[in-house]
Design a protein around this ligand. Structure first.
Ligand SMILES: Cc1ncc(COP(=O)(O)O)c(C=O)c1O
Length: 389
């Protein structure tokens, strides 16, 4: 049983439910951010991130900065691109628009390759786009949290290495790191950004980034300094390297309590084989998707290979809107999110299934949510088509 105050299960696609131990780690007494106990904790946290991203290259570089996932976009745009550079942004929903907007803020020219809602750009389209221009970087949203569309990172990375080997491969893994497989070294990725509050299972407030040796070389070879102060790796690189070498240093004050929470959640995640973690997320996701199909409902991501394992975006029955069903679900003890994709936001809801709600056998969040959705839809007047239950 959780020691937390009773509350509806938070099943939005981040933030997610916390493990008690992660929350308790936050109530650590105050300590100096340059004292050895905290420096050791931060250093171990960075080393554990290497394992989570499956990199053993000592020259790849983790960064953990105070901020949300959005700060990862700023770190990429400010440090890995220069004003006037061309970048190719693969679009699978809302978050590609925002990443592109972030690039433009730094004077970087973002070209978006868009797929129809619920789909992802196809390999031949990506290949054609890569041959049209000399792109400094390609970005891929691993799971787009607005659509639940999963991108196929390994295949795209292979293609980029073949067709445009100098193009840096950057992955927005804010909604995937911790619940979808990412093999940073094996797939030859250059930068993966994420945040603390989704499948990693921490409170929001940390921007987490892994960069390859090649990414760091590109950063060092910049012609102009980064156009950001707080997000500049010129400021953070020596600090991260010092922390991992267990040496105190300072650029800006970190959040010791959040780092303790991240240390605890990473220790928990890494205490079991990662493959097992990805497998259980997949199995639970399939169960949810089957239940939704059985209710006669459709997903935004219509093809099985496009469907994320940490969330599901579900079209509501014709004519029904999120404000009609979300309060009913809340009364039944589960919180889902409304739609986010600008063109269809009023037509669907999002069900997040990441972290302890999926991995902790003592919790019944997922079964309760499926039951609540089924009963809730009936209560607000939905009749499943014949043959659906
Ligand atoms: C795929 C993706 N990228 C980036 C972000 C931005 O992260 P944050 O809201 O933590 O700033 C989000 C947030 O949900 C996201 O889902």
């Amino acid at each position: 049983m959780s020691e937390q105050a009773p509350h509806p299960a938070l099943l939005i696609p981040g933030p997610i439910e916390f493990d008690d131990e992660v929350l308790k780690a936050m109530s650590h007494y105050s300590e100096s951010h340059v004292g050895m106990p905290f420096v050791n904790t931060f250093g171990e946290t960075l080393s554990m991130l290497r394992k989570l991203f499956q990199t053993s290259d000592p020259n790849s570089q983790p960064f953990v900065l105070s901020g949300s996932g959005t700060l990862g976009w700023d770190q990429v745009a400010a440090n890995l691109a220069e004003p006037g550079d061309e970048v190719l942004v693969l679009h699978t929903g809302y978050f590609a628009d925002s990443f592109a907007d972030c690039f433009e803020t730094y004077g970087v020219k973002a070209t978006q390759l868009k797929a129809p809602i619920g789909d992802r750009p196809q390999q031949d389209e990506v290949e054609k786009a890569l041959k049209e221009k000399n792109y400094k970087m390609i970005t891929i949203t691993h799971t787009d949290t607005s659509t639940g569309v999963l991108s196929e990172i390994e295949g795209i990375a292979k293609l980029v290495h073949k067709v445009s080997p100098d193009t840096l491969i950057v992955v927005d893994g804010v909604c995937s790191v911790g619940c979808e497989e990412i093999k940073f070294d094996e797939w030859g990725l250059d930068c993966v950004i994420t945040a603390s509050q989704k499948a990693i299972g921490c409170p929001a407030g940390l921007s987490i980034v892994m960069t390859s040796a090649r990414g760091i070389e590109r950063f060092r070879a910049r012609k102009v300094p980064p156009g950001s102060y707080f997000a500049s790796w010129k400021n953070w690189l020596p600090i991260m390297q010092n922390y991992e070498a267990k040496k105190p240093s300072y650029f800006a004050t970190p959040s010791p309590q959040l780092i303790h929470a991240l240390h605890t959640s990473l220790t928990q995640i890494l205490s079991r084989p990662l493959d097992e973690r990805f497998k259980v997320h997949k199995e639970v996701s399939q169960k949810i998707k089957k239940a939704i199909t059985d209710m006669g409902l459709k997903q935004l991501a219509s093809k099985p290979e496009n469907q994320a394992n940490g969330m599901t975006a579900i079209y509501l029955p014709e004519g029904m809107t999120p404000p009609e069903i979300l309060p009913t679900l809340m009364k039944k003890g589960v919180v889902f999110a409304g739609g986010l994709h600008k063109e269809i936001a009023g037509k669907y809801v999002r069900f997040g299934h990441m972290g302890v709600s999926v991995t902790d056998p003592k919790r019944d969040d997922i079964d309760r949510a499926i039951k609540a959705l089924k009963e809730g839809l009936t209560e607000v007047g939905y009749k499943a088509p014949n043959g659906s239950s």
